[in-house]
Design a protein around this ligand. Structure first.
Ligand code: NAG
Ligand code: NAG
Ligand code: NAG
Ligand code: ZN
Ligand code: ZN
Length: 450
């Protein structure tokens, strides 16, 4: 293949941009590029409508006036159905032939508990599941439950209940018997996505701070024991694993010193992921609604795992937040022979423009390898990117932060304390390393120049 004239290969790549990737010159192998969609945090607000009174546009604005409301939504509201439909319509238009879809939860809107009920939450999960099936009737979908996929929100229990049972029923067309069994009991499962590649869908709501039902449990729903057994068996069977879940591991990038799950659960997850990092090829999360990444390092700073948090479809922010995210979803590319991650194509809708033109022109926001000059998305490449954030003359961090908000507003900058929190969250997932990073104590992490 080293003899293939360059223009032919380039022409081929133009015609079939998703199929092949040229290997480095010294390596004559052409690896087969496969892809899947990742979509998250749809948060359907069925009350959304263009009312005369802007305070009455959507329940999810909680009385705040949605003065820029248009047919595709408003930055103070959760998603109208038209926005969600336009997202899936664009996904199936771009490529009807992906391998599978990862869908990391949160279907109901951000409204007071009194506006919802267990039945309504099930209805919303059902509506989203049907909407996905309508657009992708033949594609396997691997869902994970979000903190809003329960009533009252966040309160997921350690044992079977109406919601886990409803999810198992709704997702039966996508999942096999063994997966449906653990889903029904604890809200988690694993299944082979293709020979050699296992999707492990965790219920990280069980570890989430606001979940009172699991507050005193050391291993809620026995998920840790199950996870270790699952990763152990995957290692023995020479499988590779994609971890998917709603609430991510690690520290929240937009604040200081707060882990997404409870602190001790974060430490435990980090230690399990380190132990099985040779089996795990990628992590895919949602929940923060923003676009971020993390690289899991070992105690010596060696990169082990690549972790991706996908931005949300919902554009919602609270009145007091300075910025939000444009609606988004992404396509992930991986190598079909060893399941390493090659690239991410991030798609977005310019919500302001879509409302002005009354047309939803979803576009590609960026290609991760091109945006940051990376070879692939393996842990070593992400570490290299994260270290470049610290170079005062590099613009990689500004670009990263603009992507973080899904191109919401380039005039909003993240510097000094804001940047330190972001960069420490990318590089350090455990308490010890993160604390040293934000205190600027370790030599590698001194931020004298920020
Ligand atoms: C989902 O909800 C929307 C908005 O209420 C509605 O228009 C649509 O018909 C529902 N679809 C399904 C499949 O339930
Ligand atoms: C957890 O422990 C606290 C303090 O002992 C207790 O008040 C609370 O009821 C317990 N919660 C559950 C869900 O068991
Ligand atoms: C989105 O659209 C608005 C209105 O047309 C425009 O001002 C803004 O620059 C656009 N944003 C991006 C990232 O293209
Ligand atoms: Zn959410
Ligand atoms: Zn969430």
């Amino acid at each position: 293949m080293g003899q293939v004239p360059l223009f032919t290969l380039a022409g081929f790549l133009l015609l079939y941009p998703g199929i092949l990737v040229a290997a480095p010159a010294e390596d004559v192998r052409l690896s087969v590029r496969e892809r899947f969609w990742h979509i998250t945090d749809l948060h359907l607000d069925a009350t959304y409508h263009l009312a005369d009174d802007p305070a009455k546009v959507c329940l999810s604005s909680k009385g705040a006036p949605a003065i820029k409301a248009g047919i595709y939504g408003d930055f103070l509201c959760d998603s109208p159905y038209s926005l969600i439909q336009s997202a899936f319509a664009h996904m199936s238009h771009v490529t009807p032939q992906t391998d599978f879809i990862i869908w990391t939860g949160d279907s109901p809107p951000h409204v007071p508990a009194g506006e919802l009920s267990t039945d309504m939450v099930i209805q919303l999960i059902s509506n989203m599941s049907e909407t996905i099936r309508d657009h992708f009737p033949r594609l396997p979908v691997f869902p994970a439950l979000g903190n809003h996929d329960y009533w009252p929100q966040d309160q997921m229990p350690s044992s079977t209940n109406a919601i886990y049972q409803a999810a198992a029923k709704l997702w039966a067309p996508w999942l096999q018997a063994e997966a449906l069994h653990t889903l029904r009991e604890g809200g988690f499962y694993s299944q082979l996505a293709r020979p050699g590649l296992r999707v492990v869908s965790l219920n990280t709501i069980l570890y989430y701070g606001p979940d009172k039902a699991t507050a005193n449990a050391s291993d809620p729903a026995g998920q840790y024991q199950w996870l270790q057994g699952t990763l152990e068996r995957a290692a023995q069977n020479l499988e590779k694993v994609f971890i998917i879940a709603h609430v991510p591991v690690g520290y929240l990038p937009f604040t200081r010193g707060i882990t997404a799950v409870r602190k001790h659960h974060n430490e435990r997850l980090v230690s399990i992921f380190r132990k099985y990092s040779h089996v795990i090829q990628g992590h895919f999360y949602g929940h923060t609604h923003r676009d971020s990444l993390m690289v899991l390092l070992d105690e010596e700073g060696k990169p082990l795992n690549s972790i991706f948090v996908s931005p949300a479809v919902t554009p919602i922010k609270s009145v007091t937040e300075p910025y939000s995210n444009n609606p988004a979803f992404r396509m992930c590319f991986y190598d079909a022979s060893d399941f390493t991650l090659l690239d991410i194509w991030q798609y977005y809708l310019n919500l302001t423009e879509a409302n002005e033109r009354q047309r939803a022109d979803w576009r590609r926001e960026y290609v991760m390898t091109e945006a940051f000059g990376l070879e692939d998305l393996q842990p070593q490449s992400l570490l290299q990117l994260a270290l470049s954030f610290k170079l005062p003359q590099a613009n990689s961090f500004d670009k990263y932060f603009s992507h973080f908000m899904v191109s919401y507003d380039d005039r909003i900058r993240c510097e000094k304390d804001c940047k330190l929190s972001q960069v420490c969250a990318v590089l350090h997932l455990d308490h010890k390393a993160y604390s040293e990073c934000v205190r600027g104590r370790s030599v590698q992490d001194s931020f004298a120049l920020l």
